[in-house]
Design a protein around this ligand. Structure first.
Ligand code: TMP
Length: 210
């Protein structure tokens, strides 16, 4: 695998089932005898939790640049405090969202120029790049419906369907430009079927590089 070998990220639009899949993969890797660290963005650290509160609060009328920089503030702390130490100790690190969320949401959906996001990414992420990224794809409307049943809506879930469609299209472009790392998974299937497909790809990629 390219990138940091044991770093795997999950991406997708709202309600795509990432959190379930992250849990199933962690369970599989642990059963195979690996150390696994499960984490997420925004909010994977104590500081990050405070930043998450600011980012998701529907009361906040936030400038897109403020939003972008807060995601990177969260990420800088997350990499330093959680991701790097775990990778150095030899663990698998699985993150529910990472840099591709910023490109899809702040770049493609919010409309911030990728010429601003990409250099920021180089400065903050440096060598902590994922080796494999799974983008779980489901019908955008269906995902929003699922989420609305589950919890109170946050600032992003309140965005219109066009915003979320741009996120979905953004992920497709990311996958097209980096097919070796980014795999689009049809997440409309049962959680077990989706998990089997993900595990198959990981097995294949690990063997290919061992
Ligand atoms: P979550 O619902 O997966 O916990 O993520 C919270 C929201 O944050 C979700 O709507 C996607 C959004 N987000 C961005 O807009 N940019 C980012 O860089 C990240 C990590 C998340």
């Amino acid at each position: 695998m390219p990138g940091t070998k044991r770093f795997i990220t999950f991406e997708g639009t709202e309600g795509s089932g990432k959190t379930t899949q992250v849990g199933l993969l962690a369970k599989h890797l642990k059963e195979a005898g690996h150390d696994v660290l499960l984490t997420f963005e925004p909010g994977g650290t104590a500081i990050g939790q405070k930043i998450r509160g600011l980012l998701l609060d529907p009361q906040n009328n936030m400038d897109p640049m403020t939003e972008l920089l807060l995601y990177y503030a969260d990420r800088a702390q997350h990499i330093k405090e959680i991701i790097q130490p775990a990778l150095q100790s030899g663990s698998f690190v699985i993150s529910d969202r990472f840099t591709d969320s910023t490109v899809a949401y702040q770049g493609f959906a919010r409309g911030l120029n990728l010429n601003i996001i990409n250099p920021l990414n180089e400065i903050v992420v440096r060598e902590a790049k994922p080796a494999l990224t799974f983008v779980l794809e489901i019908d955008v409307k269906e995902g929003l419906r699922r989420n609305r049943h589950a919890k109170k809506e946050d600032r992003f879930e309140l965005e219109d369907i066009e915003f979320h469609t741009r996120v979905r299209d953004g992920y497709r472009q990311i996958a097209e430009s980096d097919p070796q790392r980014v795999k689009i998974i049809d997440a409309s299937k049962s959680p077990e079927e989706v998990s089997r497909e993900i595990i198959k790809i990981i097995g294949h990629e690990l063997l290919k590089n061992s």
